[in-house]
Write a protein of this length. Sequence first.
Length: 408
Amino acid sequence: MLLQVRSTLIYSAANKKFHGSGIGPRIFLMFTLMFFLSNSWAQQDTISVASSATDTIPKKDSISKFNKFNAKMEKLFKVIPVPILSYSTEAGQIFGLAKFNLFDFKKNDTITKPSKLSEVVTFSTKGKINVSISNELLFNKNKYMILSFLNYRKEPEYFFGIGNDVSRENMEKIEYSRFRFNTTHLFMVAKNFYIGPPLDIAYYWDIKTDSNSYLIKNNVTGLDGGFTIGTGFSAGFDNRKNRYNPNQGAFALAILNWHPSFLGSKYNYARFDLDMRKYFNPWYKHVIAIQATTSFVTGDVPYYDLAMLGGDNKMRGYYLGAYRDNVSIDAQVEYRMPVWNIFGIVGWIGTGRVGDSYSDLSLDGFKLSYGGGIRIRVDSKHNTNLRVDWGFGPHGMNGFYINFAEAF
């Protein structure tokens, strides 16, 4: 999987229906209204022409004012953090701040792609704390890159069990605290091809669950938490011109991490992640994006590092970790199109499942994910969007997400 933190900034209550008083739907409706009003504004301005045969150019005063306002907001966005306020049944009221920036290390370097730095801090009325810092740093004409994230989290996790046939009826709450640092250093060895070492460090503690928990009944590895450290090998390919809003090219990243006991890891296991993406530009600024990923773990694997489905990037609409096992596989196709000025819309469909092994992945067990969203450009120089997505699955599963850059 691509080792980026794309932190869900407002709301991700997958597998739970929104309450009418929730803030998430109101935000979604606000952006939707903004989008339609802006689109209507553009259409009215386009047909606002003089009756004279020689006057065929639409008036652009309103559009010009909008562009000037948008330019001011972009400058402000680069300086101040974005406030966060939301609600979910699991976490209660959520509030905090988030910051996202793209930048160039050298102003006169037109070859090296922009680097990214993002931070998010959130708290909730039910004790959920999340602090994350992530980066994607590119140097020396894209010949060297560092992909990293640092995270502290204290939260209730909703655990359904292990396997592809678990259900929400068996859901239990597990509380824990976590620190995690993950980094991958990649060196270009041929045009667009990279290799390098990854490093994964994690520490879980203060894990609390009920006495009749699935973890206790089945003596699941990881109940006691502990320290793990892993390293190994990574290889990648990337010929995208824009890493954060790609419209052509391809990307692939494979990472193998081994967590051996002689390095101090409490659990001796290995993990393999593969992320593959392809982008097509069929016509003017329209994009078809395709992604397929798989994860595989083997050995003495703690339950919190099993292969999982869900989240704000893959299988949107599913609670992250609702389905987990030794193997996961998923794929999605997304259509992205501009609408007017800084606004665009997307729609996607995806599928995936987990299993004990690859031979266990029968076709009748795949889950469905689908949804749509709005895009608002917040960085014109680097052509990067704020994304607002609403994902769905069967049996009332859904998730609402606000984030920066595309999901993949």
